[in-house]
Design a protein around this ligand. Structure first.
Ligand SMILES: Nc1ncnc2c1ncn2[C@@H]1O[C@H](COP(=O)(O)OP(=O)(O)OP(=O)(O)O)[C@@H](O)[C@H]1O
Length: 264
């Protein structure tokens, strides 16, 4: 079954074409990665697929729903976690997730909150006001809010930023488990090792253009990095989430690209 299908999806901001003629298929149950340098159009793609923006041309179906005709329906069906969003500082995670549960009209909210807090390891901070949480703790609460309605499809922009290495592994395990339960994850990242580690299929976006789609099974991190650098024109490409709370440990610019001409 197909979770996402786009045909010729195009978005312009004034003179700038942020996304150009994107045609993509994402199968249900897959862990799909949209990999691209800063400004390549990843966020725009997610915003178009979730009915937050309207394309200039082209079409999409998300879980069979047209996000242009039915933006609220698509947002009710999926989970969305934009990059760097926080729970309100004056609410505890439990209060925030209860609020999300009410907006989403959920039954069994208490059970859902406790289950996701357990899966994402923030049970101990459920009743601490969010202003007193670390960045990594707030990121886990946001992940909980994204999954609390157990959607069939989840979009996450940069899933592992702000998490220490131990929590990155825990979250990766949970994301993989979520797909093994038959759900679909659509991740956007500019970290090659996140894509290599997590995703079973990666689409490379560069300057608004889809440069290629690859199954990651045959790649290790280095292979995917080489493929990525050969595929994109270069730019602010991060190679790893490293050991810090902040993400990249190395940003590869055009000067670091391997010698030789990229594949046509
Ligand atoms: N609301 C907007 N108005 C004008 N230009 C925009 C707007 N949103 C994005 N852009 C531009 O569109 C291009 C694609 O942006 P987008 O945010 O989709 O890229 P991205 O791959 O998600 O980048 P990053 O990895 O830095 O988050 C960029 O050149 C950006 O400056």
């Amino acid at each position: 079954m197909t979770a996402i299908e786009t045909a010729g999806l195009t978005k312009r901001y004034g003179e700038l074409t942020a996304l150009d003629d994107l045609s993509l298929t994402v199968e249900s149950g897959s862990l799909f990665g949209l990999l691209g340098p800063n400004g390549s159009g990843k966020t725009t793609t997610i915003e178009l697929l979730t009915g937050q923006r309207t394309p200039d041309s082209g079409s999409a179906r998300v879980l069979g729903i047209d996000p242009v005709a039915n933006p609220r329906e698509v947002r009710a069906a999926v989970g969305i976690l934009p990059e760097r969003e926080d729970p309100p500082s004056f609410l505890t995670p439990r209060e925030y997730l209860q609020f999300v549960g009410e907006v989403r009209d959920l039954e069994d909210v208490t059970e859902r909150i406790e289950r996701w807090a357990d899966r994402l390891e923030f049970t101990e901070t459920l009743d601490t006001v969010s202003a007193d949480l670390s960045e990594g703790q707030r990121q886990r609460v946001m992940l909980g809010a994204t999954f609390v309605h157990d959607p069939d499809l989840v979009f996450i922009d940069e899933p592992l930023v702000n998490l220490d290495p131990i929590l990155q592994e825990r979250v990766k395990r949970e994301l993989r488990a979520y797909c093994e339960e038959g759900n679909t994850l659509f991740l956007s990242t500019h970290f090659v090792d996140v894509a290599a580690d997590l995703c079973d299929r990666v689409a490379i976006l560069d300057d608004g253009h889809l440069r290629g789609t690859q199954a990651t099974g045959a790649f290790d991190d280095e292979d995917l990095l080489s493929y990525f650098l050969d595929t994109v024109d270069g730019g602010d490409v991060a190679t790893g989430v490293g050991d810090g709370a902040d993400g990249p440990t190395a940003a590869i610019g055009p000067e670091a690209a391997p010698e030789g001409e990229p594949d046509p």
